[in-house]
Structure formats: C-alpha cells, structure tokens
Design a protein around this ligand. Structure first.
Ligand code: ISL
Ligand code: CA
Length: 658
C-alpha cells in the first residue's frame, strides 16, 4: 500500500500571478487541465501551448488578448482556480497495487430499464435478481446500480427522498439484501449510486428547512434571502445543468435555493459539518448491509467557492454552465473526500476498504490524478468525460464522433499515469446516447462496431465499465416527438430552446441527438413487443430490434454478445490483459489503433481499424496466434472496416518487462 499523505502543508506548485508565463500555467496540474479542456471545447489541439513563443507570453498579455475577445479578463478567474491547488500528483514507484477493482469489469444497471418482474412496465429489483445468472455468465465482476432509493423521480432517481428506503416501484429493502448476498454467492460484487451533492426537495431535511429556514436544517442547503434592491434577481448567475437559472424562488419561505440540476434537486451545503455527518451515516448504513462501495454522483461538485461568486461569462458560454469554475474543483473538495474516506469507506483498522468511484464532470487527467492517487486517500477511480465528444462538439450537436480522438486521448492519458494512478474505460452510461450511433449509425457497421468497441474496452489498460445493452450493440432510438421522451433534461432543454427563439425543428434535432433516453429504453431480452422486459406497458418505449436481443444473440456464435463473452473469459484468465503494461505502436497512423499488453511471460497484441474502409496492416510475427477477431474471415493482410483482432504469443519468460 502506498503511504497516505495528509493534507499537504507544503506547496509543490508555485503561486502564479499575471507576470507568470503561460508555460508555467500549463505546467500546473489545474492549469494544464483547464487549458486542455477549453482548447478541446473549441476544437483546437493543445500543441501550440508547447510552442516556445506562445509559452513565454505572460498571463497579463493573455488576459489582454482575452479581453479583446470577450470584454472580460479571464485571467483573474483562472489564477484563483490554480492557486487554490498547492499540490501536484506524485508519480509513485513501480506498478500500481493489484487491488480487486483494477482487475474487475463493471456492469452498470439502470434498474428502471433492466427487467420488470411484476409487469407494471417499470424495471425493478426483482428483475435484476432474475437476471443475475445472465450477468455472472457474461463474466462481469461487479454491478453498479443506478439509484434505487425512495424518490419522486424527477430525475430518474437521482433525486433522493430517503437514502435508507427503496423506491416503491423498485421493490423492497429485503430485495437489496438478497441482491447483495446473491451477487456475493456468484463471486460478483455490487456497488450503489451515492447521490449526495443534492437531495430531492421532498427529502425530510429540505422539508424541515422549508418549515424553519433559520433552524438547523436551513443550513443544510443554500438558502438565500432576496436582495433588498433587486428581489427578482437570483443570488448569482449560475445556470442549472438542466437549463435555466440554478436558483429557484421559494415563495413559502421567501428564500432562493441553489439547484445545480433540476429545480427539485436542491444542493446540499457540505460546509455544514452536520451534512457531512449525515452522509457518513448513510454510507455506513449501506456498508453494514454489505455493499462493496459507491459510484458517487457529481461528487466533485460538493465544495462551492465561498460567497458563491458569479461565473465568468466566457466559461459559461463555452461550457454551457455558467458558474462551473466555482464548484467543479472547489477549495475544500480534497478535504471533504478525505474525511469521507476515513470516516466511512476506509476507516483505520478495517481491512477491505469500500470502493469510491467518483463521477467528476469537468475533471481532466491531472486533477483526476490528484483526486485518485493511491497516496492521496481520496477517491479510487473517476469518470472523466473529455473523451465522449469530438473536439469542438457537445452532446447536443448532431455530428459523427471520431474514434481517432479516443485513441489519442488514451495514448496521452496512459503516458501521464504512474504507479499511484489508474483509470476507468467507458463510452456509455445512462446519461449518454449509444456510442455505435455516435460513431457510425449505418446498420451495415453495427455488429462490427459493437465488437470493436468491446474489444477496445476489454483489452485496454484500465477498469472497464460496461453499460447495460452495450454487450448487445444497442443503438439510438428513432424517437418521433417529445411525447415519447421521459428525460427531464430533454424536456427542459426543448422548452428553454423554444423560449430563446430556436426554431422547433432545430430544438428537436438537439434533443433527439442528445437525449439520455436513448440509453434508458428497456433492455431487449427476447424478440417481439415488450422485448421480454415486461408484459405490461413499458415506462419508456424502445423500438423492436430484430436479432439484437439477449435470446437471439445467445444463439448466434458470431453475435456481439458472444464476442463480449469471449473477451471477458480471456480477460479474466490473463494477467497481461488485466494489469499488464500497455505499449502503443504506429500511434501516428490515423485510423489505426494497435498496442501490446504484457505481464510476466504473457503477451497480447490488439489491432483495430477505426475506419469504415479496409486497411492494410503490417505483417504479424508468425509466432503470434490469432485469438479473437470481430470478422469471421477477412483477407489475411487487411483489416476489414472496423475490424478488431487480438493476438497472443506463446508464453515466454522473455516478455517480462518488454
Ligand atoms: O452536467 C452535465 C451536463 O451539463 C452532465 O454531464 C451530467 O448531468 C453530469 O454528468 C451529472 O450526471 C449525474 O448527476 C445528475 C443526474 O441527472 C445524472 O443522471 C447523473 O449521472 C444529477 O444527479
Ligand atoms: Ca416492475
């Protein structure tokens, strides 16, 4: 185990000011991530920052330039952000410790859409229990369940009314207990979703705050009295991720309340120690029931800059959420995470710590390392999202995603990790459209792409997170109108686009391309109407999708599902695929992605054609055996469109360390 450092007293990073050169800003872990993010968002490469002349520009000059463009000086905002982080990631010696979660494959279940056991049209815990053998046979190691807590369901359960109760539609607490023990009996683990940046406005704490805003619960949230002069104006300019102001007026108490997400999701005030005590209690309550950890919803948003200052307009415009620089990496984030880890997930004297996987929108590689380094005592893993959209695009643009981007992202990411670091691998979750559709929606490529994406995730270095249906090559839905959608984000966005004068057609195009409901339609277990998900009326209807159900794909040896099964078996059997080094080859060749995985005497080679054209490839060493390919037969020298191949060398002690 790496020795845990305590909150750094020393300052590793120099304090930057307006006289500092851009080069120093970029050498700072936070500066590096911010610059990379802003450039990516604009569709620019970060290469020019390395240019000597550009790097020598002082921040004052950069500030003047930014004022020409925006009328505001961005530099003071950015300096405040970087100077709040005194520490830098420590590389760590040797290989990362082989913890279980580095070797596991995770499978995310969105229970509402997984399987319905009582035919009310809503997926439930009984449905998950009924399909545990499917998951164990598939070969995944740990389940992550999206929220199952009691909730009014304004945001798919991410608005929790009671952390210690199960949503009536999901079933009963005893079923969660059964699920935990049935997972463990099958050699699987299970983590739940911890949603503690905010609660539902129906949570008892919020109800008490409403009843007595000046009482103890008033300080659980961000409740602000109106401005004397301008009572109509919210306390700051922050925007909600789901459109509109992040402030809601509460007429009953004459206060504003902060909600970074839906109006019914007021943010918890983590500055209040009682809030942190409550979270510790909730976690421990679930740990006593036997869960193995939590995926932690927007956990990097829990510390807000004191005084909640206005967000910078330019950042707001670029990232579509004004204010985000004041809470995506807030001043007490590290402290809060360390406290939570010590008091709940990894208390002194407990042998097997519980897993902490942070969902951290906006966090990049270096800030991610500062949140997950084995020596830091904070999170174990994060989901960073910078790879989910091509440069210059957001989820709301209708465009084709370039897999070359993910390749470059991974090569860069892996090259920056040391013995203290590890990364997650994923393309899909309940918040994003299906990856196959983003890359190439042509049905002709669906199966090949499904296998290619699976091969990439399951043979790359890192911890893969599969999302339900991905193993079936699920694709986006041809939704026809807003009535078919259930997602609060889609509905709010549509309304707000129309209000701001966007033509209906364009508003619908944005919603259709981005809707989270593409990934929330029910899993197809068998052919026909209802798809084996329910015999009732599903809460969200997906189209019939012949030959892409579990039953059909189980029968077909060449199916995407069976390709995933084979990959999962291989990965489980092969230390090189789980923990081995990764070495990329021909990285500059556009559209071609290839790498070695090596550990001890084992060596694998993966080759991917990221394009829809056949591709000539170098000859492979004769000793290498083709273990797996996505295409039944292709010309020996060529990779077919989107073909993935996996080779293995006979075990040889000489592979060690190469
Ligand atoms: O913030 C976003 C877009 O502006 C998204 O990236 C997304 O809302 C973010 O990743 C947070 O998602 C998580 O928290 C939300 C919930 O709706 C999502 O389902 C959850 O994954 C609020 O709890
Ligand atoms: Ca049900």
């Amino acid at each position: 185990m790496a020795e845990r450092r305590h909150l750094p007293k020393r300052r590793v990073n120099p304090v930057l000011d307006e006289a500092s050169p851009l080069r120093d800003f970029y050498a700072h872990p936070v500066g590096r991530d911010v610059v990379d993010k802003l450039l990516h968002q604009q569709g620019h490469s970060n290469r020019w920052v390395d240019n000597r002349l550009v790097g020598a520009l002082t921040l004052r000059t950069v500030g003047r330039l930014s004022r020409l463009v925006t009328g505001h000086d961005l530099v003071q905002t950015l300096l405040a952000l970087v100077n709040a982080e005194p520490d830098a990631p420590a590389p760590g010696n040797g290989s990362p410790a082989p913890t279980w979660w580095k070797q596991a494959v995770f499978y995310q279940i969105f229970p509402r859409s997984f399987a319905d056991s009582n035919d009310d049209g809503i997926g439930d815990l009984g449905g998950v229990l009924n399909h545990l053998d499917y998951l164990a046979d598939l070969g995944v190691d740990c389940l992550w369940l999206s929220p199952i807590y009691d909730s009014p369901n304004e945001d798919g359960g991410y608005d929790v009314r009671d952390y210690r109760a199960v949503m009536a539609e999901m079933g009963a607490l005893e079923q969660v207990d059964a699920l935990i023990s049935e997972c463990h009996a099958r050699g699987m683990r299970i983590i739940l979703d911890l949603v503690v940046n905010h609660t539902s406005d129906q949570h008892e704490w919020f109800q008490r705050a409403l009843a007595e805003p000046d009482g103890p619960y008033g300080d659980y949230y961000f409740l602000f009295p109106p401005d004397q002069e301008e009572p109509e104006r919210p306390p700051n300019n922050w925007r909600s991720a789901f459109s509109g102001s992040a402030w809601r007026w509460l007429p009953e108490t004459q206060r504003w309340v902060l909600h970074l997400f839906a109006p019914g999701q007021p943010d918890l005030n983590w500055e209040n120690p009682s809030v942190r005590d409550e979270v510790v209690d909730v976690c421990n309550w679930w740990f006593q029931r036997g869960i193995d950890g939590f995926r932690m919803d927007v956990i990097n948003f829990i510390s807000k800059a004191p005084g909640l200052p206005d967000g910078h307009d330019l950042i707001g415009d670029m990232l579509e959420v004004a204010g985000v620089e004041h809470y995506f990496y807030g001043p007490r984030l590290h402290e809060f995470l360390r406290e939570l880890r010590e008091r709940a997930f990894d208390p002194p004297g407990v042998l097997s710590p519980k897993l902490m996987v942070g969902e951290t929108p906006g966090v990049g590689v270096e800030t991610g390392r500062l949140l997950t380094g084995a020596d830091r005592g904070e999170l174990d893993l994060i989901f960073s999202f910078d790879h989910l959209e091509s440069g210059g695009h957001t989820r709301y643009d209708d465009y084709l995603y370039d897999l070359e981007l993910y390749k470059r992202y991974l090569i860069d990411y892996q090259s920056r990790l040391g013995g203290n670091d590890w990364l997650t691998l994923f393309f899909e979750n309940h918040d994003n459209p299906r990856m196959i559709s983003k890359v190439n929606p042509h049905p002709q490529h669906r199966v090949a792409l499904g296998k290619l994406l699976g091969t990439l995730l399951l043979t790359m270095r890192g911890t893969p997170f599969l999302y339900q249906g991905q193993e079936l090559a699920a694709v986006n839905q041809p939704f026809q109108s807003l009535d078919e959608l259930r997602d609060v984000e889609s509905h709010n966005r549509y309304r707000s686009l129309l209000e701001s004068g966007t033509p209906e057609k364009e508003a619908w195009a944005q919603v259709l391309t981005s809707s989270r409901d593409h990934s929330r339609v029910p899993v197809r277990w068998s052919p026909g109407p209802g798809g084996g998900f329910t015999r009732g009326t599903p809460w969200l209807t997906g189209r019939e999708d012949p030959s892409f159900s579990v039953a059909e794909q189980t029968q077909d040896p060449e199916s995407v599902l069976n390709h995933y099964r084979r990959l999962l078996v291989l990965r489980r059997q092969s230390p090189a695929l789980r923990l081995g080094e990764v070495e990329f080859v021909d990285a500059d060749r556009v559209g071609y992605f290839a790498w070695f995985r090596t550990a001890d005497n084992q060596r694998f080679f993966v080759q991917l054609n990221l394009t829809d054209k056949p591709m000539q490839i170098p000859q492979i060493d004769e000793a290498a055996q083709l273990m797996l390919t996505s295409h039944a037969s292709g010309p020996a020298g060529n990779l077919s469109p989107y073909e993935a191949r996996l080779y293995r060398w006979p075990d040889n002690p000489q592979h060690r360390g190469s």
